[in-house]
Design a protein around this ligand. Structure first.
Ligand code: PAF
Length: 287
């Protein structure tokens, strides 16, 4: 049976302290509206032999003014049923007033938080890092699981854990995709039938672009990215950004980086009122 927890006191009483754990404690943070991608995080945590605490919390701090906080899907009943089915030990779903101060002023940030998704969504990653660090110290997990779909988020959380010496291990999990390639996301349910038909073109075009990637210069890289944006527009997307990122620093690849360096291709694009993101690895070219 999954134990339901909504208050800090219940949380303190429920969780085994680090010295008294028979198995590792793993944290799977979510904003609810659970899909197979979330389930794959929980399954991975269980396969790795841990007891699992999943959070279901639509974090107000990571939504900007005019974003989709109000319409973000809230499906607590079916989320709790899914966590039960996956054998999760504890589900923590607090009210915002329990864990978010009225006027929060502390910010955890990093230069990469301003780039890519952070450029289009100012303050988003600071909001993510605030809530994730709050969960880390409230729960004290040995491990925490995050999907690679949110690659920039994963990078920033890994940096935060490293720099602030959180005593836990981050375990990334591969992006879970629909059979047609679309990365699973709670926001996919905003798509109309026609948009849902087009949506997998995002990763398809990114993959096609990867397969012809062979820059000899920085100018080639720019041309190649513009080409991808152009293709996305042709299919009906409004590209927000396309970026080639150096995996260790998450900074844009620049003219110093040799053409054969490995990279991560990131893209965000709008379809109607839905903003989709995706990323794929571009392995080092062996020429
Ligand atoms: O990836 C998400 O769903 C959220 O950003 C997270 C990590 C649960 C923090 O609210």
């Amino acid at each position: 049976m999954t134990q339901h927890i909504t208050t800090l006191r219940q949380l303190r009483d429920a969780l085994p302290l680090p010295g008294a754990r028979s198995r590792p404690l793993s944290l799977v943070p979510t904003m609810g509206a659970l899909h197979e991608g979330h389930r794959s995080l929980v399954r991975k945590a269980r396969e790795d032999g841990a007891q699992v605490l999943a959070t279901v919390f639509v974090n107000p701090l990571q939504f900007g003014p005019g974003e989709d906080f109000d319409r973000y899907p809230r499906t607590l009943g079916s989320d709790l049923a899914a966590l039960e089915e996956e054998g999760v030990e504890w589900a923590f779903f607090p009210e915002a007033s329990e864990i978010v101060p009225k006027n929060p002023r502390i910010r955890i940030t990093h230069p990469v938080a301003e780039l890519y998704c952070g450029a289009s969504r100012p303050g988003h990653f600071e909001g993510v890092l605030s809530i994730v660090s709050t969960f880390f110290h409230l729960v004290g997990p040995d491990r925490a699981y995050f999907g690679k779909k949110d690659r920039q988020q994963l990078f920033l959380i890994e940096q935060m854990v490293r720099e602030l010496l959180f005593p836990l291990e981050i375990r990334p999990v591969e992006t879970f995709r629909e059979p047609d390639g679309l990365a699973m996301s709670s926001r996919n349910r905003y798509l109309t039938k026609e948009e849902r038909r087009i949506a997998p073109e995002l990763v398809r075009l990114m993959t096609e672009a990867r397969d012809i990637y062979a820059p000899e210069s920085q100018l080639d890289r720019l041309g190649w990215m513009n080409q991808l944006k152009y293709r996305l527009k042709e299919r009906g997307f409004r590209p927000d950004y396309v970026a080639l990122v150096e995996p260790r620093t998450f900074l844009p690849l620049d003219s110093e980086d040799p053409p054969e360096s490995p990279a991560i291709l990131l893209a965000a694009a709008w379809l109607g009122t839905t903003r989709l993101i995706d990323n794929i690895d571009i392995p080092a070219r062996h020429v």
